[in-house]
Design a protein around this ligand. Structure first.
Ligand code: DQA
Length: 147
């Protein structure tokens, strides 16, 4: 029996408010919309996808730990934890698989404090600035890395 490689999609702080939160920056699609397109893209590549959203750093770290030895890849939009969480950095460093950092907006084109990502040094690669299409691009990138 062959096992289907799985992807953990992680959504951090405030992303539960997508669709309602600053639509001029993040668009009008909801997080459920983005998860649906990521799931459909994963299935088209023969991958399964599990999604976890939390506003708590510890929950995200626990989810990363739970992916160790289980998931082939993590796609993570940490929200503002991107710019501050060395604990998420360390958890991702202990994950032995593909890591894609994902942002709807392009943080480099925004306020100066968003230009530092503490996640980027432990990511395989990053996708930013393509809005909801980034979820499709991130899963495509995972599939290419795994093939
Ligand atoms: C974000 C960018 C972060 O700077 C911000 O704090 C977010 C969303 C994005 O998807 O563009 O919450 O990760």
């Amino acid at each position: 029996m062959t096992t289907i490689p799985s992807v953990l999609l992680l959504s951090g702080a405030n992303l539960n408010l997508l669709g309602d939160r600053e639509p001029s920056v993040y668009g009008t699609a909801t997080l459920a919309d983005h998860v649906a397109s990521a799931t459909a893209t994963a299935e088209s590549h023969g991958l399964s996808l599990r999604h976890v959203q939390s506003n708590s750093e510890g929950d995200l770290i626990d989810a990363i730990h739970s992916a160790r030895g289980v998931a082939a890849a993590i796609v993570i939009n940490p929200g503002a934890f991107t710019h501050s969480s060395w604990a998420i950095h360390d958890a991702l460093a202990a994950f032995d698989g593909v890591v894609v950092e994902l942002h709807l907006s392009n943080p480099d084109s925004r306020e100066p404090w968003r230009r530092t990502s503490v996640v980027a040094p432990v990511a395989t690669g990053s996708i930013s600035g393509f809005g909801g299409h980034g979820y499709v691009l991130a899963i495509d990138a995972v599939a290419a890395e795994l093939s």
